[in-house]
Structures are given as C-alpha cells and as structure tokens.
Design a protein around this ligand. Structure first.
Ligand code: NAD
Length: 305
C-alpha cells in the first residue's frame, strides 16, 4: 500500500533534479504521474523509468509558463488517468547576476518561468477541481533565496518569495473546496546548483557517496515530504512553507508583525519617527542592520562589489 495509491499527480520540470525525484517517489507511492518537462528527451526518460518499474506515467512536453502547455498538463491527467489529485509546481531556472548587471531579459525570464509557471498550471488544476467538485493538493517550490535573501539573486529571490505569497493566498481561496496549497524551500545538488560548489566539496561528497554514506544533498531527499503533501494524509495542512533537505524538514514562520509603536491618535511626522523607531527594534529583539554572521557576510560581499 502506497500513500498515493489510485491518485494522479502532475510534476512540472520532472525531467531531472528535484522534480525527477518527486515524480519517481509519487509513482513509487502508487500515483500515476504526468511528467511535465521542457526538455522532451528528459521527460520521456523519466516516464519510461516509472513504467519500467511497474508504474503509470506519461510525459507532456512544453514550457510551463505557456497557457496551452500548462492546460495540457491537466487535460492529459484527466484524459489518460481519469482524474487529477495533486499538482507539484517545480520547474525553474536561474539567471544569477548582481542587480546593476541584470538585463531586462534576465529579470523577465526568471519571473516568467517561476511565477507564470506556477500560476498557469495552478489555475488549470483549481478550475478542474472546482468544476469536478473534487479536493486537491498543491505543492509549490519556493526557495530560501526568496525567504531569506541571497546575493546575486534579486530576480530569482523575488520570484521565489512571490511563490510563497502565491501559495498562501491560494490556500485561503481553496480552503472551502478542500484544496490545500503548501510551498517547499528545498536544498539539493542538481544541475542548477552543482556547478556553484567548489571542486573540493564535490570530491569529498563523491568519496562519501562511494563509502555508502547518506548523501545529504541528493535531490531525491526532497521527494518524501512532497509525496506526503500530495496525499490525503496532509489534508489538514495548508498555507505553510517547509524547508527540506537531507533528512531535515523545517517549518518557516510566516511574515508576522512582532512589535508596534503608535502616535497617540495623531499622524506621525518623520522627525518623530526618528526618535521612536528604535523602540520597535528593542521590543522585537531585531537589529537595524544585518542580524547574524551569514547576513553580515552577505552585506559585506555586497559592499565590495
Ligand atoms: N537545487 C536547489 O538547491 C534548489 C534550492 C531552492 C529551490 N530550488 C527549486 O527547485 C526546483 C527544481 O530545481 P532543480 O535544482 O531540480 O533544477 P534542475 O535544473 O536540475 O531541474 C529543473 C527542471 O525544470 C525544467 N524546466 C525549466 N524551465 C522549464 C519550463 N519553462 N517548463 C518546463 N520545464 C522547465 C528543466 O528542463 C529541468 O529539467 C526549481 O524551481 C528551483 O528553483 C532548487
């Protein structure tokens, strides 16, 4: 018995990396999987891998930020497997540069693939669930780059923070229909991230894998949480953001107000704020500048470039 027996799941960007792991795990848990992927060969290979292992899968090519391709993911799930139960929005790209060097195209491409690429398949899935009067589960892919910030990633971080906000609002709108919406912020070594690592780190990791040690950064480590969030076992969880890597699952606290100052029923004047603003930092235990070693390091890098 698998957690997803009889269910149908779409995973976008499932041809490699984290999405591939998610597609394989959902299939191993009993789901029929629609493998959405821009690169047709990679998508077909994953679908074949699932079928060879005794599962059910179909590859759907196309750009997830294109409405026709996004709608096709849902229509294929229904045509091939009779229904849709969960959508995992995973497809993504990077175009890292510091802001001053970022081109219009670097900005537009990243915002398009991530935000539009989350919006379109989600809208198609939600429309299907509303029309069919069925519940459904959505898993979106945010990133710590958006939640915490990361040097050189204004475009990517803005898109990923936007995805966390998108997920929260979809959760509010879906609640009455039994539609859950959660976001993950994964970390794994994939085509997207492996090249960013120093050679020494990669060599040590390869040696550890050869010794049979747990590979903390394997993309497949993200998949069990995602398969769970696609299942009815998670129906009571919605509007949440989870960190996931290695054997670790975290919960992020949402943006929330933690302190307040008021001006005795009168509009503030700017000079008055100057004299009172530190009350907020003191009450909240938040520093006006970089708050910890990692943040200080990031600001330092920024100052030097
Ligand atoms: N790897 C990490 O540490 C990490 C960290 C935080 C977030 N993420 C996010 O996880 C997701 C998966 O990343 P990954 O590391 O597995 O990357 P990856 O490059 O290994 O895989 C991404 C897949 O998405 C596909 N894809 C890209 N654009 C597409 C489009 N427009 N339409 C359809 N498919 C498309 C690619 O062809 C590729 O197969 C991304 O959203 C990424 O931003 C990854």
């Amino acid at each position: 018995m698998g957690l997803l027996d009889g269910k149908v799941v779409i995973v976008t960007g499932a041809g490699r990396g984290i999405g591939r792991g998610e597609a394989l795990e959902c299939a191993a848990q009993g789901a029929a999987v629609v493998v959405g992927e821009f690169d047709p060969d990679a998508g077909e290979a994953v679908a074949k891998e699932i079928i060879a292992a005794g599962g059910r899968a179909v590859a759907v090519g196309g750009d997830v930020a294109d409405a026709e391709a996004a709608n096709k993911l849902v229509s294929t799930a229904v045509a091939e497997f009779g229904q849709l139960d969960a959508l995992v929005n995973n497809a993504g790209i990077l175009r890292d540069k510091t802001l001053a060097k970022l081109t219009d195209d670097d900005w537009d491409a990243v915002i398009r693939v991530h935000l539009r690429g989350h919006f379109l398949p989600t809208r198609a899935a939600v429309q299907y669930w509303k029309d069919a009067k069925r519940p459904g589960h959505l898993v979106h892919t945010a990133s710590t780059s958006g939640l915490l910030g990361n040097f050189g990633q204004t475009n990517y971080g803005a898109a990923k923070a936007g995805i966390a906000a998108f997920s929260t609002i979809v959760a509010m709108e879906g609640a009455r229909g039994g539609i859950t919406s959660n976001a993950i912020a994964p970390t794994a070594l994939t085509r997207m991230t492996l090249d960013l690592m120093p050679d020494e780190f990669r060599a040590k990791r390869d040696e550890a894998i050869e010794r049979g040690e747990f590979d903390f950064f394997a993309p497949e480590n993200v998949a069990p949480l995602v398969a769970f969030l696609c299942s009815d076992e998670s129906s009571h969880i919605s509007g949440k953001v989870f960190g996931v890597q290695g054997d670790s699952v975290e919960i992020f606290q949402p943006f929330t107000s933690v302190a307040e100052i008021t001006n005795g029923g009168k509009r503030w004047d700017p000079a008055g704020i100057s004299g009172r603003i530190d009350e907020l930092f003191t009450a909240a235990g938040i520093q006006a500048g970089a708050e910890n070693m990692m943040a200080r390091m990031r600001y330092q890098i920024l100052a030097e470039h």
